[in-house]
Write a protein that binds this ligand. Structure first.
Ligand code: ZN
Length: 251
């Protein structure tokens, strides 16, 4: 793949006519099974679009968005999980994570270690009952209205899927679970690299009305490399917008 990309770049450089069909390969083929690809290589150039026709449409039905065990499941304040749902679990650095996400989370953490970021997992899988306790505590301390801004009601937390993980960075403990996490070296690294491992920052600035939650730059959600790359390529910030699924506040 890299060889072909290099050949294409060379062809453009020498001004050759792009008749080599491989130069305009649909982006979908590249996204599905490949190693992390640089965004400029993922997005087809106008020249490639002209020569090879429009890129193949990303298949949004590859995985279910309603099956709790699907890596594309959308869980929000309008779409809860069954109270008895528990994913297949694997351990990542001592934390319970849904098995489909475990390998990539391990690779992400290893890469962040190589960058001297020292992330620690603060929370991963949380059962329905555990979330009920978390939410009840926040309601007791802050009242229900305030609690609903920061804590999911049981059944409405992505953490019950096991596909979500909250990271903290010991270098900036004052920013753990705070908006300033986004401006720490770790927060910046996640925003730039999480997609390479199939994770998205699920709750981004400007999307509260869509997701129902304030920005959480520490909250990773595994969706697989293909979808993470497609969301990045198309600049779509939320799963709700990408799949046209309702979100926002509780019904
Ligand atoms: Zn979280």
């Amino acid at each position: 793949m890299r060889t072909r990309t290099a050949l294409c770049a060379l062809a453009i450089w020498v001004g050759a006519v792009l008749v080599v069909t491989g130069c305009a390969a649909p982006s979908h083929e590249r996204l599905t099974h490949q190693q992390p690809t640089r965004p400029e290589a993922v997005a087809p150039t106008p020249a490639a679009m002209t020569v090879g026709g429009p890129a193949r449409v990303f298949d949004r039905t590859q995985h279910s968005t309603t099956d709790p065990a699907s890596i594309w499941v959308v869980v929000n304040k309008k779409h809860p999980l069954p109270s008895d749902y528990r994913p297949a679990i694997s351990l990542v650095r001592g934390y319970q994570v849904a098995t489909p996400a475990a390998g990539e989370l391990t690779r992400l953490l290893d890469a962040s270690d190589d960058a001297d970021l020292g992330f620690k997992i603060a929370s991963a899988f949380r059962s329905y009952d555990y979330q009920a306790g978390v939410y009840a505590n926040v309601v007791t301390s802050s009242g229900q209205e305030a609690a609903d801004q920061v804590s999911a009601r049981p059944g409405h937390s992505e953490h019950q899927t096991g596909l979500a993980a909250d990271l903290v960075t010991p270098a900036n403990p004052a920013c753990d679970f705070e908006a300033c996490f986004a401006r720490t070296p770790g927060g910046r690294w996640l925003a730039q690299h999480a997609w390479e491992y199939g994770f998205i920052l699920r709750y981004q600035p400007g999307s509260t009305a869509v997701t129902g939650y304030s920005p959480e730059p520490w909250h990773l959600r595994f969706v697989g490399r293909a979808l993470a790359a497609e969301l990045r390529r198309t600049h779509v910030a939320t799963l709700e917008e990408f799949f046209h699924i309702s979100g926002g506040d509780y019904p």
